[in-house]
Ligand binder design. Structure first.
Ligand SMILES: NC(=O)c1ccc[n+]([C@@H]2O[C@H](COP(=O)([O-])OP(=O)(O)OC[C@H]3O[C@@H](n4cnc5c(N)ncnc54)[C@H](O)[C@@H]3O)[C@@H](O)[C@H]2O)c1
Length: 338
């Protein structure tokens, strides 16, 4: 088993949920480095700071010297790379930032891991685990039943997905050229506690709470598979335990729906909770579509099913409710940082 686990981007949405899950499964040291690209992420640190064997450092994964010193100081033997610029809209405004963190930052992590493990004869045990996205595979036509397979070609359509695909290619090259042990997960859209309200679900909840309209791109017909972030955390951990090195694994919720359906389900959950009668047409507004907006993503889950990982789709509405609860509990903090 690994003893000193580096999590990058561990104050972010998925990373912080993963650390919480991981801390229930291991007594290993958990070392989190995060640049804190938005003050909102400080909210996610409150719970993490209470954990035992937890260390936090505030710096950029591109910082070569600090990363090298950290590997030496903590004797890192496992890396989960969550750190990324993660919002497609922002990648359209500033692609360079995405290439710096998602490609060059990942390269720095790969090189540091490889050189440290080689020097200390730890290559047999060291593992580099990359958190990637289903968006690297491009877009599926609206009426097609196709689901992405791990073996599909990359067809990224946004600077975000292109930067994540590039990182995956670098990881593959380190596995093939240097024998670095690697695993990659390609997950679908996550939802749950701790997500910055620039993404659809938290923005919709935030606007519902604040009495503002929910903006929906185009006609709301784009389709995404949705997975609860805690199910993703569990899946990542199971893949870490049972997956094969040099492989990639899709993760998803078996729950592909249009943005219109998603917001309807969310409003329904909200109405049920508060005994309100908010109506979809009154609460939403269609806004100009995102440039190059992918129509549909959906993932084939047979490979993780073979590892015994199965997500219960029937929990979707209950998980939406838990997500609403989290935003309500933290609304004053969130307002401070938005
Ligand atoms: N959210 C999703 O639906 C989704 C789906 C599939 C894959 N992913 C991937 O999962 C990972 C985590 O996504 P998320 O939604 O939690 O994103 P997030 O934006 O909530 O979190 C990213 C975290 O990384 C940190 N970070 C960014 N740049 C950094 C840098 N240069 N150095 C150190 N820290 C840095 C940020 O401060 C933040 O805490 C990303 O790699 C993303 O591509 C996300």
């Amino acid at each position: 088993m690994h003893k000193n686990i580096l999590i990058t981007g561990g104050l972010g949405f998925i990373g912080s949920n993963f650390i919480n899950y991981l801390s229930t499964k291991t007594k290993a040291n958990i070392i989190n480095i995060d640049k804190i690209t938005h003050n909102f992420f400080i909210i996610n640190s409150y719970n993490l700071n209470k954990l035992k064997n937890y260390f936090f450092y505030n710096f950029d994964i591109s910082n070569k010297k600090k990363l090298k010193d950290l590997f030496r100081y903590h004797n890192i033997d496992l890396v989960f790379n969550f750190a990324a610029e993660s919002h497609v809209d922002n990648s359209i405004l500033n692609p360079e930032k995405f290439c710096n963190t998602n490609i060059l930052g990942t390269l720095n992590l790969l090189q540091t891991s490889y050189l440290f493990w080689k020097k200390n004869k730890m290559l047999d045990n060291g593992l580099f685990f990359q958190i990637s996205t289903d968006e690297v595979f491009g877009s599926i036509p609206h009426n097609s039943k196709k689901k992405f397979l791990e073996t599909d070609k990359f067809f990224p359509n946004s600077p975000y997905s292109a930067s994540k695909a590039s990182a995956e290619l670098l990881i593959r090259s380190f596995n093939k050229t240097f024998g670095l042990k690697t695993i990659i997960t390609n997950s679908s859209n996550n939802f749950g506690p701790g997500q910055l309200p620039e993404k659809l679900i938290p923005k919709a909840i935030y606007n519902l709470i604040s009495g503002k309209k929910i903006p929906i791109y185009g006609k709301g017909l784009n389709m995404r598979d949705w997975i609860y972030v805690k199910d993703n955390a569990m899946s990542i951990f199971e893949i870490y335990k049972k997956g094969s090195h040099g492989n990639s694994y899709n993760i998803g919720g078996n729950n592909c729906i249009s943005n219109n359906s998603l917001i309807k389900r969310l409003i329904l959950a909200f109405n049920k909770k508060f005994k309100t009668n908010i109506n979809f047409n009154d609460a939403t507004e269609y806004v100009e579509d995102r440039l190059g907006h992918d129509i549909k993503y959906d993932v084939n889950l047979k490979k993780i099913n073979k590892l015994g990982i199965k997500i219960n789709t029937r929990n979707f509405d209950r998980n939406l409710l838990s997500t609403i609860d989290w935003y309500l509990e933290n609304i004053n903090e969130i307002k401070k940082f938005m």
